[in-house]
Write a protein that binds this ligand. Structure first.
Ligand code: ARG
Length: 282
């Protein structure tokens, strides 16, 4: 799905090895994946995204089923990539595959010490207006990564503490959007972090989601210019997003919700700059 007209590129991992074979977050307990449906849902997302961006592929590998969630490969800024250091043993086998992909695609790969945990763009999200990298911690990534990543990528990092184990990665509850908007679920953060978010994003740019939308992974949206791709959003949220100039496409990702992931987790934007003031016009 190379779309030569599209400037933005996203990495996705084919899902043939995807399954729920262990439990590392509360969404995964007791779930069995319908593999055929998972393949169909993944292809639908890749096709939608492929119409507005270039989708790059990495092959999955047997025995590491969560590799399909490429958001966790690392975080990219320019040609630099800070590779993930997964907290759980179940996912550590992915690191070598992602490292190989980044290296062979011209990225300068930076690796953290083994004992520091960092789960890439699952927990590290660039603001789309300010030159700022938001960093979630409390479940998977260590807050001690913040100064190191800031130094390596040459960008301010703002740590945010996650307190609800259903929202264990920052991208499950927080989505910076083009134009400086922010789609997020405040209850996933501690009080201090909620105040930090309010102090750094003006009220008119904060789009707060309800419990129902948050639990349907509405914050786990892929944003490319004015396009937003997500599992599901309430009519109220869709209207609100339209009002801010976004086109919302809902594409069911039920099989990935069984693993605690959705649209954004299945993608990694590999064309990243420190802010995108003009991105809403795409
Ligand atoms: N089962 C995976 C895990 O618990 C899901 C990862 C979802 N990825 C994300 N970026 N939120 O690690």
């Amino acid at each position: 799905m190379i779309n030569p007209a599209a400037a933005e590129r996203f990495l996705m991992c084919s899902p043939e090895h995807f399954e729920v074979s262990y439990v590392i977050n509360p969404w995964m307990a007791g779930n069995v994946v319908d593999r055929a449906l998972a393949a169909q849902q993944w292809t639908a997302l890749a096709t939608l995204l492929g119409a507005v961006a270039t989708v790059e592929h990495i092959n999955g590998a047997a025995g590491i089923p969560d590799m399909v969630f490429t958001a966790n490969a690392g975080v990219v800024l320019g040609t630099a990539c800070v590779l993930s250091r997964f907290r759980v043993a179940e996912r550590q086998g992915e690191e070598v595959h992602f490292e190989r992909w980044f290296t062979s695609h011209g990225f300068d790969v930076l690796t953290l010490p083994r004992d520091l945990h960092f789960e890439g763009a699952g927990d590290a999200l660039l603001d789309r207006y300010q030159s700022l990298l938001w960093l979630g911690y409390g479940h998977r990534s260590d807050p001690a990564c913040a100064p190191i990543v800031a130094d390596w990528l040459g960008i301010e990092t703002q740590p945010l503490r996650l307190v609800n184990d259903r929202f264990y990665h920052l991208d499950t509850c927080f989505c910076p959007l083009a134009g400086g908007y922010l789609l997020y679920y405040p209850a996933a953060f501690d009080i201090v972090s909620q105040a930090v978010i309010e102090s750094r994003v003006p009220a008119g740019h904060r789009i707060v989601v309800t419990d129902v939308d948050a639990f349907a992974f509405a914050c786990n949206a892929v944003n490319c210019g004015r396009h937003l791709f997500l599992n599901k959003a309430s009519p109220t949220l869709v209207d609100q997003l339209h009002g801010y100039g976004f086109e919302v496409t809902q594409t069911p990702l039920t099989e990935y919700l069984k693993s605690g992931g959705s649209a954004k987790c299945l993608t990694l934007k590999v064309t990243e700059t420190s802010n995108e003031r003009a991105a809403l016009c795409a």
